[in-house]
Design a protein around this ligand. Structure first.
Ligand code: PEP
Ligand code: MN
Length: 338
């Protein structure tokens, strides 16, 4: 259930919140420009709309039909903007996260970080805990990798995006990450989702490789229902009959998510294609269709990468991509403003 308040009636919000909490509902308030929205969560089936309609300051009360509530566009008509160390994700901003698939050595992550920073990245990515298909493949450096990421941040000022796979590692990852990534394989690991929902770091939630858009939003809802509303969605390609690419990039997700939800949606063109030659065109398409940004694999020496070398750009390739994609984004913004 959602309560939309009248313009400039914000001071009545607290009374409504108390009224809802009195009957056992959880209330999440979005403070909009002059107009507040209250999302009521819990068993609202027996609550009549009239319980809130007619209360001072209320413009409209309605039920959200979708199974996701907090993630729903109805819960928040304005786009959610997530601010991390002065960088904004969502709304009209275009955010680029770049870095290697995995942290391999201190020198590798620092060298890559310095370059992606110089070439326009807003955040540094790098996995310390890696979800590998084979147990014999490089699994990541774990805590040591997190410490190298910290050094790269100290060197460049770039905030860190890194994956959490196991709830046991949450304290370490929380300490070193500015955004905690939940990978595609864990999109429906509900206990992990609840765990990160209880922490106060923004979460980058990647779409499961066989997940529907509704399932994707339900996973965001798991995180948000625990109190952490700072969720960033990421499309990274899905499994289809096509084998030419590593995955099939489902760009329509951007349009769908922007309609269905207020959360930011990024594109990962690296895992979506698996091929360096396809990363730049897919990134341009992502900016043109209205994505809020990209997460891209860049390695100082892709040929020697321990993980995902064939889809990792050289820093100089990233430089080119960054320039083009930002131009496309500003053109799209200008057109939209006309
Ligand atoms: C990654 O970002 O390194 C990764 C493993 O991605 P995904 O979970 O989308 O496969
Ligand atoms: Mn990877």
């Amino acid at each position: 259930m959602v309560i939309v308040m009248k313009q400039d009636q914000g001071e009545k919000t607290e009374a409504l919140k108390n009224r809802a909490e009195k009957i056992g509902l959880q209330v999440i308030v979005t403070y909009g420009a002059g107009q507040n929205i209250l999302a009521l969560v819990g068993d609202t089936r027996k609550v009549e709309l009239s319980y809130f309609e007619g209360e001072p300051g209320v413009e409209k009360v309605y039920r959200i039909q979708e199974p996701y509530k907090l993630a729903s566009r109805y819960a928040n008509r304005v786009d959610t903007i997530i601010e991390i160390e002065g960088r904004k994700i969502g709304g009209h901003n275009f955010t680029i996260i770049a870095g290697p698939c995995s942290v391999e050595t201190e020198a590798q992550i620092i060298e890559t970080a310095i370059k992606v920073k110089a070439y326009g990245a807003d955040f540094l990515r790098g996995g310390a805990f890696k979800p590998r298909t084979s147990p014999y493949s490089f699994q990541g450096l774990g805590l040591e990798g997190l410490k190298f990421l910290r050094k790269a941040k100290e060197e460049t000022g770039l905030p860190i995006v890194t994956e959490l796979m196991d709830p046991h590692d949450i304290d370490d990852v929380y300490k070193y990450a500015d955004i905690i990534q939940i990978g595609a394989r864990n999109m429906q690991n509900f206990s992990l989702l609840r765990e990160v929902g209880r922490c106060d770091r923004p979460i980058l939630l990647k779409r499961g490789m066989s997940s529907t858009i509704q399932e994707f939003l339900m996973s965001a809802e798991y995180i948000m229902s625990e109190g952490n509303e700072r969720v960033i969605l990421c499309e990274r390609g899905i499994r289809t009959f096509e084998t030419h690419m590593r995955n099939t990039l489902d760009l329509n997700v951007v349009t769908a998510i922007r309609e269905m939800s207020h959360l930011p949606i990024l594109i990962d063109p690296s895992h979506a294609t698996g091929k360096v030659a396809m990363v730049d065109p897919a990134s341009r398409a992502a900016a043109a269709i209205g994505a809020h940004g990209l997460i891209i694999e860049v390695h100082n020496n892709p040929k020697e990468a321990l993980c995902d070398g064939p889809q990792s750009l050289y820093p100089e390739e990233f430089k080119q991509l960054n320039n083009t994609v930002r131009k496309i984004h500003s053109l799209v913004q200008k057109e939209a403003a006309c």
